[in-house]
Design a protein around this ligand. Sequence first.
Ligand SMILES: Nc1ncnc2c1ncn2[C@@H]1O[C@H](COP(=O)(O)OP(=O)(O)OP(=O)(O)O)[C@@H](O)[C@H]1O
Length: 266
Amino acid sequence: MLEIEGLTRRFGAKTAVDAVSLSVPAGQMVGVIGRSGAGKSTMLRMLNRLTDPTEGRIVFDGTDVTALRGRALRDWRMRCAMVFQQFNLVQRLDVLTNVLVGRLNRRPMLSSLLRMFTAEERAMALAALDRFDLAETALQRADTLSGGQQQRVAIARALLQEPSIILADEPIASLDPRNSRIVMEALRGVNREGITVLVNLHDLATARDYCDRIVALNAGRLVFDGPPDDLTAIRIREIYGVSEEEFAAQAAEAVGATPRLAAAVA
Ligand SMILES: Nc1ncnc2c1ncn2[C@@H]1O[C@H](COP(=O)(O)OP(=O)(O)OP(=O)(O)O)[C@@H](O)[C@H]1O
């Protein structure tokens, strides 16, 4: 169970995340939606402790994550793997090595530095690639892959961390609709194996299709938390003051993506 209690982050006078409280049971797939600047990235980054909260607490299975330092903090970062919009692969390295990077913090410093991986780790990495139909690309440079393939490599890398949670920050914003579906299905597949997934999405339709629960932020505040069916067009208008199409267009513009719903109704 991941518990977020009054989580707040201020940057100077700006409150990016404002007293957000949430309890996420293990194994849930949570979609986080909101306009540009709503605080979605900041919230995810706080969960991983890439950004420190100004106030509030994050508790995971009884451990106060907000208080972790040193080795314990590195261990936490292993347990909650991040997936980013731009994939963050090392382009000049081969795909297999990129996946093995997910093991680095799990190993003694010297073998990490020498990038020595065991046969078992290589087998794990190949199996992770194989489940996403990418085993044949293992020895190719990462930059020879399409965006959708690169994002699946990034998810395979996350899996090598053996995480309890995957935090995905706009993982499909740079992808076309077909690759977006493949990547969302990959995330749903790992979620069904018991890994909790929190995914920032600009596209409401995708959030509805794939998530068990939707959390909406507006100006840092939690303005909706419930099952996808409860987030009706009327609720969207109540929360954001615009139609669902306008919301989709604004949110997509912020991440440089094509709004699926807006495109569909245009
Ligand atoms: N390091 C920072 N320094 C100053 N302000 C920041 C910083 N990071 C975020 N902010 C501000 O905090 C607010 C929330 O930003 P955040 O990136 O979390 O929103 P978001 O919902 O993820 O938006 P987007 O979809 O555009 O990425 C914004 O007003 C942003 O400008």
